[in-house]
Design a protein. Structure first.
Ligand code: C5P
Length: 230
């Protein structure tokens, strides 16, 4: 049996998380949060002293690879947060991996082909048990090139930074627009310009710009696209 795969790729803050969760719920599919894999590896690499926050340290790719191979990662849907909980070596990793600092660590380790390759089977295996909605940067281009539906969901860096500011302020945190914008652009730049599996739309992807759309409109458009693709 071959199960259906829906790929939602694009930069951070374009609204992938919300739409992938809603699609997975509506269709009864599993959800692959591939960014969480790179976040875990990034966090562990930082803890092991293999990378630094300012990305100044030259990464020992073999050491990061070994670390990646030592991790047993699983996802459990959490209806309260509307995201998957991440379990690493039988221990729950809290929501703190979702912050921008860890996002930066993730994009540092995500540059390395050996690291990406070590995470490949784990991701592809998730499509062997049920339908899958996969959230990432290279779902449609590298991990699931034969996927049934591919969407590249993007938005201007300014729109994404604005959303982030709103989110942080709603959570009672301080947020500086310019600082967030700079961080977002730096991460985009690293993700789009790396040699291996750069963030870009697959040739057969629907490219959707969410700058002027709310989460509901994004969901409806992608749902319609899925229906049209059969
Ligand atoms: O999607 P998220 O913001 O959680 O991803 C964190 C980082 O992990 C990205 O900025 C990117 O560097 C990396 N990533 C990747 N390939 C994916 C998903 C995430 O390289 N499929």
């Amino acid at each position: 049996v071959r199960y259906p795969v829906i790929c939602i790729d694009g930069p951070s803050g374009a609204g992938k998380g919300t739409v992938t969760w809603r699609l997975a719920q509506a269709l009864g599919y599993q959800l692959l949060d591939s960014g969480a894999l790179y976040r875990i590896v990034g966090l562990k690499a930082f803890e092991a002293g293999l990378i630094t926050a300012d990305a100044s340290k030259v990464i020992d790719e073999m050491a990061v690879l070994q670390l990646t191979q030592s991790l047993d990662i699983a996802f459990v849907p959490n209806n309260e947060s509307g995201r998957v909980d991440i379990i690493v070596n039988d221990e729950a990793v809290g929501e703190q991996v979702r912050n921008e600092t860890i996002g930066g660590y993730a994009s540092q380790v995500a540059v390395y082909p050996k690291v990406r390759n070590a995470l490949l089977t784990l991701q592809q295996d998730m499509a062997t048990r049920s339908g899958l909605v996969a959230d990432g940067r290279d779902m449609g281009t590298v991990v699931f090139p034969n996927a049934d539906v591919k969407v590249f969901l993007t938005a201007s860096a300014e729109a994404r930074a604005k959303r982030r500011v709103t989110q942080l302020m709603e959570a009672g945190q301080v947020a500086d627009f310019e600082e967030i914008l700079t961080t977002i652009k730096a991460r985009d730049d690293r993700d789009e310009n790396r040699t291996t599996a750069p963030s870009k739309p697959a040739d057969d992807a629907l490219v959707l710009d969410s700058s002027m759309l709310d989460a509901n409109a994004v969901y409806e458009q992608i749902k319609k696209h899925c229906q049209n693709q059969g």
